[in-house]
Design a protein around this ligand. Sequence first.
Ligand code: NAD
Ligand code: DAU
Length: 336
Amino acid sequence: MRNLLVTGGAGFIGSNFVAYMLEHHPDYCIVVYDKLTYAGRLENLERVASHPNFAFVRGDICDMEAVRAAVIEHSIDTIVNFAAETHVDRSIMEPDAVVRTNVNGTWTLLEIAREHQLERFHQISTDEVYGAIPAPNRSREGDPLEPRSPYSASKAAAEHLVYAYHITYGLVTTMTRGSNNIGPYHYPEKAVPLFTTNAIDGVPLPIYGDGRQMRDYQYVLDHCEGIDIVLHKGQPGEAYNVGTEVETYNIDMAHKILDILGKPHTLIQHVTDRAGHDRRYALDCSKLRALGWRSRHTFDEALEKTVRWYVENQSWWRPIKSGEYLEYYRRQYAER
Ligand code: NAD
Ligand code: DAU
């Protein structure tokens, strides 16, 4: 493994992963291939842009010719696929985009990986593929996939294609199923950066329903470390859960953000719930721990670091919260 094509590398987790990899494997060449949708931003890659082993290609993962050209030009031996439409609420409003990018796009990448007999194809998947998990159960990698939103269904469909390419064509594949990430460069449509940036401005925090849905919020660099370990030690054809194994109620997460910022709790506003909202995800991560990984941040540490980053990097998120974002916010929240 030397030359990695990191698709979706201008997004939240992808850009953190690129920085992580260039720091931990400075001899690897990292080529980001990204369409730069509303969620993909070159600013996210500014800190690595001048690295001699970094290159950027703007392109759509559904465009087979463009993917092929990037793979040939940069002698790619490994694809790590982060590229996706990632917001559950948007997938409910407009399901066509998740099917196109998350399913067709993954298939396109698999075809190119097969054609060029790449060393490895790694798919970034999600704990949402397991569906809602009632307490006290935890999802293990062999459990059935029971996705319940257009987003999670598209991610599960992509997983099935990845596995099929491993079985049918012998492609060396691995997958990671991460829980909710938090940290720098997280687009402020997702709950933690949305609540944080709203709170900084004294704007209400829209909590869906009773707020007693549970998520395992992990620090993004812990997830990146897990992906790195699976890339190097993961068994072909296998999937690995990545999370802290500690779940938090959304309402508690919102209260903690307000406490960190010293803002009044009256900013919390309960709004109409998300359609088909999964109440709880919970992972068993023992398979990844057996490869030597462990989560380095507790939820409180991860949240504190994240909130501080948004306080100190307002020049990153303030321009985002204008234009298309305001129109999205109106469509998403005005009627709730
Ligand atoms: P993000 O929305 O911040 O970034 C997605 C990136 O993909 C953007 O840079 C975007 O421009 C790019 N992209 C979208 N469509 C594309 C296309 N057709 N061709 C090329 N590039 C395209 O997402 P994220 O939160 O960083 O998530 C990255 C991956 O991790 C996704 O596959 C997501 O399903 C998965 N994941 C996310 C989380 C989370 O908590 N954020 C947790 C588990 C798994
Ligand atoms: O679990 C991993 C997944 O985490 C990833 O696969 C997805 O790409 C990522 O977007 C994330 O999905 P969620 O739906 O869990 O994340 P989101 O930040 O949108 O919501 C977190 C929780 O907060 C969820 O229970 C819904 C709730 N929520 C969200 C928003 C945006 C609110 O209560 N109010 C909100 O305004």
